[in-house]
Design a protein. Structure first.
Length: 349
């Protein structure tokens, strides 16, 4: 607004009365200022709604919480109970052997698709240094410089840093890799890649079960990895087991998808032949193989359903208390007030 528009020396724009004085605004020629000043927004006269927590409103609100929680919690518990899961630890059975056999008893028919997972204990993929030790451009099949690899993948940068892996050491011995080349892929996540393999045979007929190892990674992740033609390529970065491993877990105990069995498994005993390549003794870990069916919410998990039931249980408390207070007689009210008065006197003493 132009300063010369206000000629009255007594006009103070900080006073709302001056803003609402039509005559002064007309003298200034600022009718728009007047209209703005008297608006509902400026005067805080906008329509508002504030709920009043009456007895019926409060009880009704908590009853809705109880009903919704039970409607979600009970089906989740039932659906989770319908999942068939078999889990077997095998690191203590295999020990240091390169190959071993593990007996798995399926006590109930799995008529749905059976998903195979490996489960690791005491492996902290969520460590900050571990999570940062990779280069995304490299995983996309692009070439990177040594300086970039040094800043992103430290401390696992060159092929010589991967020589503890049997596959890499064999490739170095065969002159397929050079120790001073940048590793493709580099980084701690790639270096710790889980490389155990499984084959399953049914004991009664000796028939090997077909395991589908395709499309086990997320579809979004599969498009982020490409093969590398660099001299230091020690691993196929489009291997879906590798892609699954590169999505780090948030907890030290986790499962990762390894394959699936269509259309399912019959009841009986199965022999799982394990290529025991992954050493968990270095970090005092454990290895399990898990065979399980799933539902729309994933595998067997009672946590979510239990949370809903717990919420329903908590909502019952205020409803019960409100109900009792609503039906409180005059005699009950007097007794309660007298008791509260005695408690206050005791606290003061």
């Amino acid at each position: 607004m132009a300063d010369d528009a206000i000629e009255d020396p007594n006009f103070n724009p900080m006073h709302i009365e001056d803003f609402l004085d039509r005559n002064k605004c007309e003298q200034c020629g600022e009718l728009q200022l007047y209209e703005l000043a008297k608006s509902n927004f400026r005067q805080q006269n906008m329509a508002a709604w504030r709920p009043v927590p009456t007895l019926c409103y409060s009880v009704g609100m908590f009853l809705v919480v109880i009903i919704v929680s039970l409607a979600f919690g009970i089906p989740l518990i039932v659906m989770s109970g319908d999942i068939v899961e078999v889990k077997k630890r095998y690191d203590d059975i295999c020990g240091g052997a390169k190959s071993c056999s593990v007996k798995v008893d399926v006590d109930e028919k799995m008529d749905k698709t059976v998903h195979i997972y490996y489960e690791l204990h005491n492996f902290h993929q969520n460590h900050r240094i571990y999570m940062k030790s990779l280069n995304r451009e490299q995983l996309e099949g692009k070439s990177i410089s040594e300086s970039t690899a040094d800043s992103d993948c430290d401390p696992a940068i060159f092929i010589r840093h991967f020589s503890s892996l049997e596959t890499v050491s064999n490739m170095i011995a065969s002159n397929l890799l050079r120790a001073d080349d940048v590793a493709y892929p580099c980084g701690l996540i790639a270096k710790s890649f889980f490389n155990d393999r499984y084959a399953i045979v049914k004991d009664t007929n000796g028939v090997q079960v077909d395991i589908d190892e395709k499309k086990i990674a997320w579809s979004d992740d599969r498009g982020k990895y490409e093969k590398s033609g660099e001299p230091g390529a020690w691993l196929d970065m489009t291997d879906e087991h590798f892609i699954v491993w590169m999505r780090v877990a948030g907890l030290p105990t986790f499962r990762k998808h390894w394959g699936r069995i269509e259309p399912g498994l019959e009841e009986g005993t199965y022999t799982v032949t394990v290529e025991n390549n992954y050493d968990v003794s270095k970090f005092s870990g454990k290895k399990y193989i898990v065979l399980t069916t799933v539902n729309a919410f994933g595998g067997k998990n009672y946590v979510l359903g239990s949370c809903f039931l717990g919420l329903a249980g908590l909502a019952v408390i205020p409803v019960s208390y409100t109900h009792l207070r609503a039906h409180e007689t005059r005699h009950d009210l007097v007794c309660r007030l007298l008791l509260e008065k005695k408690k206050k006197k005791k606290k003061k003493k």
